[in-house]
Design a protein around this ligand. Structure first.
Ligand SMILES: NC(=O)c1ccc[n+]([C@@H]2O[C@H](COP(=O)([O-])OP(=O)(O)OC[C@H]3O[C@@H](n4cnc5c(N)ncnc54)[C@H](O)[C@@H]3O)[C@@H](O)[C@H]2O)c1
Length: 351
């Protein structure tokens, strides 16, 4: 039986996501994603918001991240398993769905492993655009795993950095990053220690994976005027920065209710002042106020960013061959005759 058009949902496979990115160009994708996130952060108040639903286990976490703007509903399934790379699996994988609120029918199903790396990078760069010191052009990139090149390319495309200083405890990861960034136009510097990586950096990005309270940056490594983009601390009991750095920084977060559970600020008192990034983006709060201030984007990743990314993909695939129709929704001729549809299909398969 051929499914009717009502049964079909556009599906973007990993293969098609890669084709889409090459078709548009990665800089364009990163900028467009940042624009979609910025647009949604400006209308932040109308979204349904909830901390993500996390299922923790000794090896990692599996999370569901839902939100809605009243017209569309989106969610992402994402995992974080820091030991996965030892057995050839990725730390983070994801997929997501967008649905029409009026009917509840899905309108897009897509891979989101690549899309998460792209949206996280676009989000970092968007935050840095508002918070980094003027003229920032050197970034330290600590943790050179799956996200690292995306972070570097987004900071290049959106903030205008020209140099990345790489450090990872595993030199193989740094070598991979050096190789992948060759030809990007970035000046890429290998560093032998995190202290060396932060030398002369205006932006410091930490993006390591470890399920513990780690100290990737200690207090003496962070000088005045720096913008810190802390990506890797995104679960209870999983942080990257010494608490003393937090106390010297102006802290910017996505959604405080989630960040206080998962972010660097889980190390602080529950009422420690933070500024919500959407308020800075929509002009309701100030970002960086002085050149000497340390600004910190305590990134954990929030559902609205994934919603923006889903919105971006839905628009970007229109009129392109970069999606396929998936027979996802049962569509009986009479909507109440689901059982009859099943019965008739047995007759067809026996014939
Ligand atoms: N905030 C967000 O929105 C967001 C989005 C995606 C991923 N993440 C988080 O970012 C982190 C990195 O993700 P990934 O996919 O790149 O992981 P990955 O496993 O591919 O890479 C992590 C890298 O960190 C390195 N590392 C571990 N400990 C280190 C240390 N002490 N010093 C220097 N390097 C160290 C590892 O060797 C590895 O190369 C994860 O914790 C993930 O949960 C956050």
């Amino acid at each position: 039986m051929t499914p009717s058009s009502k049964a079909l949902v556009p599906f973007v496979s990993v293969e098609n996501m890669m084709r889409l990115v090459h078709h548009l160009g990665i800089e364009t994708v990163l900028r467009d994603l940042a624009d979609h996130i910025e647009e949604d952060f400006r209308r932040w108040e109308l979204f349904d918001k909830t901390p993500r639903v996390a299922s923790h286990s000794p090896g990692g976490v599996i999370e569901l991240m839902p939100t809605s703007d009243g017209a569309l509903y989106g969610f992402k399934y994402v995992n974080g398993h820091p030991r996965n790379t030892r057995s050839g699996l990725q730390t983070v994988t994801a997929f997501g769905l967008l649905a029409d609120v009026a009917t509840g029918y899905p309108v897009l199903l897509t891979e989101m492993t690549l899309l998460t790396a792209l949206r996280t990078a676009a989000m970092s760069a968007l935050a840095a655009k508002h918070l980094a010191p003027r003229g920032a052009h050197v970034m330290a990139m600590i943790g050179n795993g799956a996200q690292a090149e995306f972070q570097s390319r987004a900071m290049q495309a959106i903030v205008g950095i020209d140099t990345v200083r790489l450090y990872d405890i595993d030199p193989v990861a740094t070598e991979k990053c050096v190789r992948n960034l060759a030809g990007s136009g970035l000046c890429v510097v290998r560093c032998g220690s995190p202290e060396e990586a932060v030398e002369g950096a205006h932006i410091v990005t930490t993006c390591t994976a470890d399920k513990q309270y780690a100290t990737i940056l200690s207090d003496n490594m962070v000088g005045s005027g720096v913008h810190i983009n802390a990506i890797g601390g995104d679960c209870p009991g999983k942080t990257e920065l010494a608490p003393a750095i937090l106390k010297r920084s102006s802290i910017f977060v996505e959604y405080p209710e989630q960040t206080r559970i998962e972010g660097e600020i889980q190390q602080l008192e529950p009422d420690h002042p933070v500024t919500e990034l959407w308020e800075v983006i929509s002009g309701k709060a100030r970002g960086r106020q002085t050149p000497s201030e340390i600004t910190l984007f305590d990134s954990v990743g929030f559902a609205i960013e994934d919603f923006s990314a889903l919105r971006f993909v839905k628009a970007a695939i229109q009129g392109t061959p970069f999606s396929e129709d998936l027979d996802l929704l049962a569509d009986p001729d009479d909507p109440r005759d689901l059982y009859g549809m099943l019965q008739r299909s047995a007759a067809v398969s026996e014939a």
